[in-house]
Write a protein that binds this ligand. Structure first.
Ligand code: SAM
Ligand code: SF4
Length: 457
C-alpha cells in the first residue's frame, strides 16, 4: 500500500463538510414522496442472501459527544415494548423474505447490550422464527463495556453471536470526564480477553479522535494500549461535532476541542502507529489485521460499503429493522420513522394497513447507480479503471459524462491527491485522507444540505 502523506496546508482547502458515503445518494436524498410498494419489488429482485441490521436505541447513560439515534433511560421495561414492536415489524417482512437467507446480522444502537439476557434471548428467538439465518452467518453486536457483564458476554456467545465491537473512544480520564463516559481500562482489557476465550472470531474497538482535551501524548497512550489489546479491527472515527443537531454536544465547550490541525495530528499519530503495528489502513476510519475478512476483501478488490461502513457483503442488500434504520436493496433506499413515538404509531397502524413503518425513501435512477458504483469503488479501493468501468456501465466518453467532476477534481490533481493517467483514476497516498472530498466531486447532490454533514477530518 502506498504510504499516507500529510500536508497540514491542505486542511483549509479540502476540509469541507462532506458525507461519509455509507450510501449514495446519502440519506438526505430520502423523501416522504416515496411509494412503499417499491420495497416489495426491490426485495423480489434482490440476491438470495441479505444482511440484516437491527437498531436498539436505548442507553443507560448519555455520552456528550454522541451523534447516534438513542434514548437514554433507566427503565428496562421500555425495551420489552420495543421488542413487541420489532416482532411486528419482523412479521411484516417475513413473507417478503421467505425465499431469502440472512448471511450477516448486526445489532447496533444505541446500546444493544442495554437488553437483559432474557430480552436478548427473546430477540434472537424472534429473528430465527421469522427469517432463515445461515448457520455460518456473521452475527455481530455493538457493546458498551459498561453495560455488559461476563455472564451477558457468555450469553451472547451461546445465542450465536460470533463478532463483538466495543466502544472505547479514549482511555484518558480527563477526556472521559469531559465526554461523560468514564470507563476503566481494566474492564475493557478483561472483556477483550474474555471475548477471545469465548471464541468470538472478530473483535473490533471504536475510538474517536478530536474529542475535548485530547493531546498527542495521552492519545498516543490510548493508541498503544489498543495495539496491546490486539483487536482484529479498529474503527477510528473523526469526532463529528454538530451541536446544533445534537443537544448533548453543547455540553462540550468549543474551547476544549482540538483545532483542525491538532485533530489531523491526532489522526496522523494513530494511523502511523496502527500501520506500524501491522494493521491495514482500510480507508476512512477503519483498520484491520491483514488476515481479517475486511482486509482480505480489500486485497481481493471485493470490499463494499453500506450503512454500517466498510463491509464484506450487503452493499445493496441490507434490510434495517427498528427505529430510524435504513435499508438499501436493489437500488431502493428506505428509512424507518426516526422518532420512537412515530415508529410505535406506524407499527400500531400496521395492524390495519399492513404497511411497514417507513417514513421516507428513494429509488436510484441510472445516473445515481453509476455514481454510486464509482464512489464505492474509490472509497473502497482508491482506484478506478476507467475503461473497465465504462464498459460495465455502458458509457461512451467517460470524461465527457463526468466533465463537471473533472473540473472539481482538478485542484486535487494539482495538489497530488489524485492522479488520472493510463486510463485510471488513482487516489494517491496523500489523497487517502481526503477521499470523502474526492468522492464528493462525483456527487450529483452535494450542494443540497451540505452543512448537515460533519467535517471530513
Ligand atoms: C452505537 S455506538 C457503539 C455502541 C455503544 N453504544 C457504545 O457507545 O459503546 C457507535 C459508535 O459511534 C461512535 N460515535 C458516536 N457519536 C459520534 C460522533 N459524534 N462522532 C464520531 N463518532 C461517534 C462511537 O465511537 C461509538 O462507539
Ligand atoms: S456513544 Fe454509545 S453509549 Fe454513548 S450515548 Fe451514544 S450510543 Fe449510547
Amino acid at each position: 500500500m502506498q504510504s499516507i502523506k500529510w500536508d497540514p496546508k491542505l486542511i483549509s482547502k479540502y476540509n469541507i463538510n462532506g458525507p461519509r458515503y455509507t450510501s449514495y445518494p446519502t440519506a438526505l436524498a430520502l423523501s416522504s414522496n416515496f411509494d412503499p410498494a417499491q420495497i416489495q419489488a426491490a426485495i423480489k429482485q434482490s440476491p438470495n442472501e441479505l444482511s440484516l441490521y437491527l437498531h436498539i436505541p436505548f442507553c443507560h447513560k448519555l455520552c456528550y459527544y454522541c451523534g447516534c439515534n438513542k434514548l437514554v433511560t433507566r427503565h428496562q421495561h421500555k425495551a420489552d415494548t420495543y421488542l413487541d414492536a420489532l416482532a411486528q415489524e419482523m412479521a411484516l417482512y417475513a413473507p417478503m423474505l421467505q425465499s431469502k437467507r440472512i448471511n450477516q446480522l448486526h445489532l447496533g444502537g444505541g446500546t444493544p447490550t442495554f437488553l437483559t439476557e432474557v430480552q436478548l434471548s427473546r430477540l434472537m428467538a424472534l429473528l430465527h422464527d421469522n427469517f432463515t439465518i445461515d448457520t455460518d452467518a456473521e452475527i455481530s453486536i455493538e457493546i458498551d463495556p459498561r453495560s455488559c457483564s461476563d455472564d451477558k458476554l457468555r450469553h451472547l456467545r451461546t445465542l450465536g453471536f460470533n463478532r463483538v465491537s466495543f466502544g472505547v473512544q479514549d482511555l484518558d480520564e480527563k477526556v472521559q470526564i469531559a465526554i461523560n463516559r468514564v470507563q476503566d481500562t481494566d474492564l475493557i482489557r478483561h472483556q477483550v480477553q474474555l471475548s477471545r476465550e469465548l471464541g468470538f472470531s472478530s473483535i473490533n474497538l471504536d475510538l474517536i479522535y478530536g474529542l475535548p482535551f485530547q493531546q498527542p501524548a495521552s492519545f498516543a497512550e490510548t493508541v498503544d494500549e489498543i495495539i496491546r489489546l490486539n483487536p482484529d479491527r479498529i474503527s477510528l472515527f473523526s469526532y463529528a461535532h454538530l451541536p446544533e443537531r445534537f443537544a448533548a454536544q453543547r455540553k462540550i465547550a468549543e474551547s476544549s476541542l482540538p483545532d483542525a490541525p491538532s485533530k489531523l495530528a491526532l489522526m496522523q499519530l494513530a494511523i502511523n502507529r496502527f500501520v506500524a503495528a501491522g494493521y491495514q489502513f482500510i480507508g476512512m476510519d477503519h483498520f484491520a489485521r491483514p488476515d481479517d475478512a475486511l482486509a482480505k476483501a480489500q486485497q481481493a478488490g471485493k470490499l463494499q460499503r453500506n450503512f454500517q461502513g466498510y463491509t464484506t457483503a450487503g452493499q445493496d442488500a441490507l434490510i434495517g429493522l427498528g427505529v430510524s434504520s435504513i435499508s438499501q436493496v436493489s437500488g431502493v433506499l428506505w428509512q424507518n420513522c426516526k422518532d420512537l413515538p412515530d415508529y410505535y404509531a406506524a407499527i400500531n397502524a400496521a395492524v390495519n394497513t399492513g404497511q411497514l413503518p417507513v417514513e421516507r425513501g428513494f429509488s436510484l435512477n441510472a445516473d445515481d447507480k453509476l455514481r454510486a458504483a464509482l464512489i464505492s469503488q474509490l472509497i473502497c479501493h482508491f482506484e478506478l479503471d476507467v475503461e473497465a468501468f465504462s464498459q460495465k456501465w455502458r458509457i461512451n466518453g467517460f470524461w465527457q459524462y463526468f466533465s463537471e467532476a473533472l473540473e472539481r477534481l482538478t485542484p486535487f490533481m494539482e495538489d497530488g491527491l489524485v492522479e488520472v493517467y493510463a486510463g485510471r483514476i488513482k487516489v494517491t497516498g496523500s489523497g487517502r485522507l481526503w477521499v470523502r472530498s474526492i468522492c464528493a466531486c462525483f456527487d450529483g447532490y452535494l450542494t443540497q444540505g451540505q452543512q448537515r454533514y460533519s467535517k471530513v477530518v
